[in-house]
Write a protein that binds this ligand. Structure first.
Ligand SMILES: Nc1ncnc2c1ncn2[C@@H]1O[C@H](COP(=O)(O)OP(=O)(O)OP(=O)(O)O)[C@@H](O)[C@H]1O
Ligand SMILES: [Mg+2]
Length: 503
């Protein structure tokens, strides 16, 4: 019986194995799904690429040019298409910019693979050929890169400006690019081996504030807290401040979940209020004793971190109090001010406070915010306050600034620059087309297909700018091919330059 069952399953297996159309169909369906995602995003590539307006299920509208953001908002179901979304996300984490380019290139490579499969070339051979082409392309790109000196701000500015060129806020790149460069230069630490620098982007805090225009975006060497002080009649500007950051609450303690306190008469009520007053007063006295005049209070999820009575007392001792510091911001606040969070009243002593030259509450049409500057004991951190007239503009400006920061970080990590406008892809394609002539058998087709696929970047950039695309044949001499590609890129750059002058 068992033998029979085994024989049956072997028969079924061999039937499945013989049915060659199924794996081919699956491959094609995967390729088509991934290509659909790539095609959807292709029109956003480059400085003349179109921005996308995306409406979320809750009705919120996002206007963006950022590949990773567009793909994140798309509800993709097909697993192969999801992989492209993941690819873009991975690029966003690793490099921060180029999230559209990776998807466009991946789509073009899949298209090339599909054509090779149709020619009857085995998938393993295609994969090997593509790996070889990748190595060759990397050599070309390495060869054409120009080393830069990190003290040369102009080079870093170019990288930041190119990254911003393709964004909705590109007209403000003259303001945002220097901010991105200054922010990265302020937080970077040179590597021990002397080559490049280490940059932790968590040391740059980007704060989004609605109100004003993108031109009002500024870099602050200190700390910005995007809300007002909790005081009612307290100070709004303190020079030579002594700042303390607390993680406990200045409000009456709460009972456990399932406990109730029933107050049945006025005398008991009076006692409760007296106790509360005494409890709060005790904390405030300790704050005064330590000499603290600016108090930062971490947000509490259990109860109000600051009661009205506490605010009243703090007003009286002329201490500025800023509540609702988010838990995830504590690390940044500590690094910026050079302090340690104080978890209990016993530790609230003068030595746990830090000196800050100036703490002020700034009142602007967009709302009030706290600015702390001159943190002598602080670490290498900066804040960038991104401004814009509406939520959508501020969000896109912040996303664009993030890309620019990432572009400068990449240069800091590996100080070398490549030309833009799809020139590296065009050069790699030309080199691959040359290498394909000498390549034997199926590898010839794979290298050619890879070269064609890489051309998708310069041709899409030109296409999105309304230029015509030049197609060429590998039989044409390589020098001529390079010449045509150079012309294409130059024409394109010229057209971009002209239009930006017109704007
Ligand atoms: N002024 C310019 N002239 C020509 N090409 C440019 C110019 N500025 C940028 N580019 C090119 O535009 C491409 C980048 O476009 P874009 O910023 O839209 O996409 P991305 O960087 O791949 O993705 P994202 O910015 O959405 O993460 C690069 O190939 C870059 O070389
Ligand atoms: Mg970009």
């Amino acid at each position: 019986m068992a033998l029979k069952a085994g024989g049956d399953s072997a028969k079924v297996n061999s039937a499945v194995y013989k049915d060659k159309s199924k794996p081919t169909d699956i491959r094609l369906s995967n390729i088509n799904a991934a290509k659909a995602v790539s095609d959807a995003i292709r029109t956003s590539l480059g400085p003349r690429g179109m921005d996308k307006m995306i409406q979320a299920a809750n009705g919120e509208v996002t206007i963006t040019n950022d590949g990773a953001t567009i793909l994140k908002q798309m509800s993709v179901i097909h697993p192969a298409a999801k992989m492209l979304v993941e690819l873009s996300r991975a690029q966003d984490i690793e490099a921060g910019d180029g999230t559209t380019s990776v998807v466009v290139i991946a789509g073009a490579l899949l298209d090339a693979a599909e054509k090779l499969l149709q020619k009857g070339i085995h998938p393993t051979v295609i994969s090997d050929g593509f790996q070889k082409a990748l190595q060759l392309s990397l050599q070309v790109v390495e060869g054409m890169s120009t080393p830069v000196d990190l003290s040369n701000e102009d080079a870093l500015l170019k990288a930041a400006a190119t990254s911003l060129n393709s964004k909705v806020v590109s007209q403000h790149s003259t303001i945002l690019a220097p901010i991105a460069v200054q922010a990265i230069c302020a937080v970077m630490e040179p590597n021990a081996n002397g080559v490049g620098a280490r940059v932790d982007l968590r040391d740059v805090k980007v704060i989004e504030r609605i109100g004003g225009t993108v031109e009002d975006t500024e870099l602050i060497q200190g700390l910005v807290i995007p809300h007002r002080a909790a005081n009612v009649n307290g100070p709004h500007r303190i020079e030579k401040a002594k700042v303390g950051l607390i993680q406990f609450c200045i409000s009456p303690p709460k009972t456990d979940m399932d406990h109730n306190v029933i107050v049945s008469d006025y005398a008991a009520m009076d006692r409760v209020l007296k106790e509360e007053r005494q409890y709060i007063l005790n904390i405030v006295k300790q704050i005064k004793k330590a000499g603290c005049n600016v108090l930062l209070v971490q947000k509490s999820i259990l109860r109000d971190a600051l009661s009205d009575l506490a605010v009243h007392f703090l007003d009286k001792i002329k201490t500025m109090v800023i509540k609702d510091i988010e838990r995830e911001d504590i690390e940044f606040v500590c690094k910026t001010l050079g302090c340690r969070p104080i978890a209990s009243l016993d530790h609230f002593t003068a030595e746990n406070l830090v000196n800050v030259d100036l703490v002020e509450e700034i009142n602007e049409p967009g709302g009030k915010y706290i600015k702390m500057t001159g943190c002598a004991q602080g670490g290498r951190t900066v804040c960038v306050s991104v401004r814009g007239s509406s939520g959508a503009v501020v969000a896109e400006a912040a996303r664009s600034l993030h890309d620019a920061l990432c572009a400068v970080r990449c240069v800091a990590r590996r100080p070398a620059l490549l030309p833009g406008g799809g020139a590296p892809e065009a050069a790699a394609a030309a080199a691959l087309a040359r290498a394909a002539i000498a390549a034997p058998g199926a590898h010839h087709y794979c290298l050619r297909a890879y070269a064609d696929a890489l051309e998708v970047v310069p041709s899409t950039l030109a296409e999105n700018a309304g230029e015509c695309c030049v197609l060429y044949d590998a039989d044409v001499p390589a020098a001529f091919v390079l010449h045509i590609l150079n012309c294409l890129v130059l024409n394109y750059l010229r057209s971009v330059a002209q239009t930006s002058i017109k704007v």
